[in-house]
Design a protein around this ligand. Structure first.
Ligand SMILES: [Zn+2]
Length: 127
């Protein structure tokens, strides 16, 4: 299951990233976003978090501008997750592989996925 930030946490993060002029700023690069699109990003990608029982805190999220930081980071997260997954596989064998990786999180990567073997492999391990 992917943990999501509650409305209250999001508000807390947005408040934290608002500057003295009341403008929302990117917490990745400091760019003043104002009305530009932003996302609350999971500092640690959910797919890499082992303890899903822990409650999310405001410090687990970062407000990132969509264009400046969020889109590039998401692409990087996917690479990290794939890498971590391959490494885990080597150590523990495929049976402990979580099948949830292909769900919720990274819809935008859709078109590419069919071309890569990991996703196809993961499907096979779904209960
Ligand atoms: Zn940024």
């Amino acid at each position: 299951m992917r943990r999501e930030f509650s409305r209250r946490l999001k508000a807390e993060i947005i408040m934290r990233s608002t500057n003295g002029d009341g403008l929302v700023c990117c917490e990745g690069c400091g760019l003043v976003l104002g009305k530009k699109a932003y996302e609350i990003d999971h500092t640690i990608p959910e797919a890499l978090v082992m303890d899903k029982g822990a409650k999310l805190k405001a410090s687990d999220g970062k407000l990132l501008g969509k264009a400046c930081c969020h889109t590039p980071k998401t692409a990087d997260d996917i690479r990290r997750i794939r890498k971590a997954d391959r490494q885990r596989d080597k150590h523990t064998g495929a049976s402990s592989r979580p099948s949830r990786l292909q769900s919720a999180g990274f819809a935008k990567a859709g078109p590419q996925r069919r071309a890569t073997s990991p996703v196809i492999k993961w499907r096979g391990y779904q209960p």
